[in-house]
Design a protein around this ligand. Structure first.
Ligand SMILES: NC(=O)C1=CN([C@@H]2O[C@H](COP(=O)(O)OP(=O)(O)OC[C@H]3O[C@@H](n4cnc5c(N)ncnc54)[C@H](O)[C@@H]3O)[C@@H](O)[C@H]2O)[C@@H](O)CC1
Ligand SMILES: Nc1ncnc2c1ncn2[C@@H]1O[C@H](COP(=O)(O)OP(=O)(O)O)[C@@H](O)[C@H]1O
Ligand SMILES: [K+]
Length: 524
């Protein structure tokens, strides 16, 4: 599990160690220097003689960069430090360590000098600001970062990109919320001190961190601000049927999806559900859609009966009041029985009224546009772009307003429980951004929710919001992995922008088809 923390949590955890005289900065900066050397070797570039440019701001983040520069200079690198804050404000111990080690230090004024300095150094170390920064980078750092970002893009175009290493965080990101309040220099590698910061995993900042290495400082941290499931977590949480199970103990999923206009949404939801391994899927909808679903999947049982979870709404027309009334009936029955409900697409409109709160265990699965519509309908006027700029904050807001677990879809998908954990999962690929992919996800989530409900029923208790958030993260994890497989991408390949394979197009049905093999591989 990747656990990510706020700046305040990290500072609190550092305090007792600093008070006890533990040399955290020395440890952090030494580890930073070795990470840079390792990265150079991995790129088959010699460490000795490597030309390294330190971008130094006026806080301890700059101190880390200077100390690391001193270590690198001692290993034979040609290190230069560009001070972007007045020398009197630059970390004094770092500055003198760097000078003693032979680092050439110069005060930078204006972007032109900085850019030409950068052009002659293939390694840039971003030590402008770390967890002490607030708001977007201000002048002159903002202009410097903009100019360096442009230069890096030019160098990338001509095939000689610099190696950019961020100290602790790419300077200027929203450290706690992953926002981008101003310019940020995208890094290839972020060496982060003591703990992953939430902004390194939350969108939209996360992709700018590149690969993340954590320096272990022995910090004792409390509950995470954000978590990401990894392979081992997903495998450990997967509901594998036991020998005593039968289809009803494994769980029955009810699907009310599709319409005359969007019959395919029902087929794809069911495809995702079946590929995830339910005990049974019941379908409820118009006869023509039902015929399409059964034509594609004869395993499905049409008509009502007892279920352990519902998926309500994929492909449902939000203006079809009669259909929405049916969905509301399923919802009410589910609330009475304590059965989880997943509202997707058209079904989300059932939560548009301001005072409506989820009465039973509930997950909603909007994309940014749908979340903006939901928040706006409930009196929080929000545009899609605002959700995109701060997905985690908006997901949490919607969770608090509705009482539901919110699964906010996007290139990184954020999951927020009303007062519980927050997950972010980013294993998918841009190829997944295709019509119907969300329907498949709703089906996957539905099946996993039935399994969670079956376990809860066996223990004579109700499934909790926390468990539903866990299930949502698991669904997004395998859906993302299945998308990678369907796009011909190995699970751990670098993004195409970082030199990894591009993959190939997929259609939503391919994601469902890839699921059993992905799950099998996960479970070994
Ligand atoms: N406390 C410690 O001993 C440790 C600190 N560490 C490092 O120290 C960093 C935190 O250091 P600080 O608390 O000094 O803070 P930072 O170095 O992160 O930032 C403070 C500096 O940035 C400037 N600044 C703040 N907001 C700005 C903005 N919006 N635009 C432009 N400039 C801005 C401030 O004027 C100040 O000069 C961590 O990120 C980490 O790199 C590590 O060495 C681990 C140990
Ligand atoms: N750029 C992207 N990279 C990776 N995954 C993405 C990206 N954009 C969207 N996705 C994923 O693709 C799916 C699209 O779902 P959705 O928007 O609901 O489509 P539909 O309603 O057509 O089924 C979601 O799982 C979402 O997280
Ligand atoms: K930094």
């Amino acid at each position: 599990m990747i656990t990510a923390h706020t700046a305040e949590a990290v500072r609190e955890a550092e305090e007792p160690l600093l008070a006890a005289g533990v040399p955290l900065m020395e440890r952090a900066s030494f580890a930073l220097s070795t990470a840079i050397a390792r990265e150079l070797r991995a790129r088959e570039q010699p460490v000795s003689g490597a030309r390294v440019l330190l971008l130094v701001g006026g806080g301890n983040n700059g101190g880390d960069a200077l100390h690391a520069g001193a270590y690198l200079a001692r290993r034979g690198c040609a290190v230069r430090a560009a001070l972007l804050a007045p020398e009197a404000r630059v970390h004094p111990a770092g500055l003198s360590a760097a000078r003693r080690a032979g680092v050439q230090v110069e005060q930078v004024a204006g972007e032109d000098g900085l850019v030409s300095l950068a052009a002659s150094h293939p390694v840039w170390v971003d030590g402008l600001t770390g967890i002490g920064a607030s708001g977007g980078l201000r002048s002159p750092l903002a202009e410097a970062v903009e100019a360096l970002t442009d230069r890096a893009a030019e160098l990338r175009r001509v095939g000689s990109p610099p190696l950019i290493v961020a100290v602790d965080v790419p300077s200027g990101i929203g450290v706690d919320d992953g926002s981008l309040p101003g310019p940020v220099l995208p890094a290839d590698l972020t060496v982060t001190m003591g703990a992953v910061k939430a902004g390194l995993v939350l969108p939209p900042a996360a992709p700018l961190a590149g690969r993340i290495e954590v320096v272990d400082l022995g910090l004792e941290l409390g509950e995470a601000e954000a978590m990401s499931l990894e392979e081992g977590d997903a495998a450990a949480r997967w509901p594998v049927p036991g020998t005593a199970d039968h289809k009803y103990t494994r769980g029955v999923l009810g699907v009310a999806a599709g319409s005359a206009t969007y019959p395919g949404a029902a087929v794809l939801t069911v495809a995702g559900a079946l590929a995830t391994g339910p005990g049974m899927v019941r379908y409820l909808g118009a006869p023509s859609v039902s015929a399409a679903v059964l034509g594609a999947y004869p395993e499905v049982v049409a008509g009502s009966g007892r279920v352990q979870a519902w998926v309500l709404g994929p492909g449902v027309d939000p203006d079809d009041e009669i259909r929405l009334e049916e969905l509301a009936e399923y919802r009410d029955a589910a609330a009475e029985a304590g059965v989880p409900v997943i509202f997707d697409a058209g079904g989300l409109s059932l939560l548009h009224e301001r005072e409506v709160k989820a009465e039973g265990p509930t997950v909603i699965t909007p994309h940014a546009g749908e979340l903006a519509a939901l928040l706006t309908a409930r009196g929080n006027d929000v545009a899609r772009a605002e959700v995109d700029a701060a997905p985690a904050a908006h997901a949490r807001r919607a969770a608090q307003l509705t009482g539901a677990v919110v699964l906010l879809k996007g290139s990184a998908t954020v999951i927020a429980a009303p007062d519980g954990p927050r997950y972010v999962q980013a294993e998918a690929t841009g190829w997944l951004a295709t019509a119907g992919a969300g329907d498949v996800l709703a089906g996957v989530l539905g099946t996993l929710a039935t399994a969670a409900q079956s376990t809860a029923e066996a223990g004579h208790r109700r499934v909790t919001a926390r468990e539903l958030a866990d299930v949502a993260a698991l669904a997004v994890f395998v859906h993302g992995r299945a998308a990678r497989r369907a796009a011909g991408l190995p699970p751990h390949a670098l993004p195409a922008a970082a030199g990894g394979p591009a993959g190939h197009p997929l259609r939503a049905g391919d994601v469902a088809a890839a699921l059993p093999a992905v799950i099998g591989e996960l479970l070994g």
